[in-house]
Ligand binder design. Structure first.
Ligand code: FE2
Ligand code: FE2
Length: 194
């Protein structure tokens, strides 16, 4: 699939569907995901597309998000992806597939799981998860932490990003999705020996 044309229609769509701050976040994630793809010899336009679209449904009414998300392949009503705060991931994946003909399963999966992650993450899925958390334009972002993460190889970057995310969720009393716990455990088990 050629992404250049799709990207040129997604940029105005992001501005139309999202508040200025969330649209700016989406563009920031798109730029960072494209740069991380280039580093790993992946097509930067695939990262840019995933980044640009990942929060596309976040400001839709929740019922509309839920209806869209229910169409994500293999999803069940009890899935962690159907929790209200993370519905917008699978919803955006379904929207891109249905309305824009995106058939790249790696892009759709990366978008669906960008909030909670999943135990086996690599490639685009890993890149989008990290780019979303490390977007330099995010409020209260610790720029030294972002630089430290971005200097690491992908798996180590992911380990640090997930650890920080869990620490933040715990310190603020937010629920931690089962997928995120499984991801964290799998990363702890894969820490390289001394
Ligand atoms: Fe999101
Ligand atoms: Fe985001």
């Amino acid at each position: 699939m050629a992404y250049a044309e799709l990207l040129s229609s997604l940029y105005p769509l992001v501005d139309e569907k999202l508040s200025p701050s969330r649209a700016a976040h989406s563009r920031g994630v798109a730029d960072l995901a494209a740069a991380l793809c280039a580093r790993q010899d992946l097509d930067p336009d695939r990262g840019r597309l995933a980044g640009l679209a990942h929060d596309l449904c976040k400001e839709m009414p929740v019922d509309d998000q839920r209806k869209l998300a229910a169409g994500y392949p293999g999803i069940s009503p009890g899935s962690a992806l159907m929790a209200e705060k993370v519905l917008h991931g699978p919803a955006a994946a379904v929207l891109l597939s249905r309305d824009y003909g995106v058939d790249d399963d790696d892009i759709l999966e990366a978008i669906a799981f960008h909030t909670v992650g999943k135990p086996t993450m690599n490639g685009l899925c890993l890149i989008l998860y990290c780019a979303d958390k490390l977007d330099p334009g995010r409020r209260n972002r610790d720029s030294a932490f972002v630089e430290r993460c971005l200097a690491l190889p992908p798996m180590e970057m992911l380990r640090l990003v997930v650890s920080a995310s869990i620490a933040w969720l715990e310190s603020t009393g937010h629920a931690i999705a089962p997928e995120t716990r499984l991801l964290y455990t799998s990363l702890q088990q894969s820490v390289p020996g001394p």
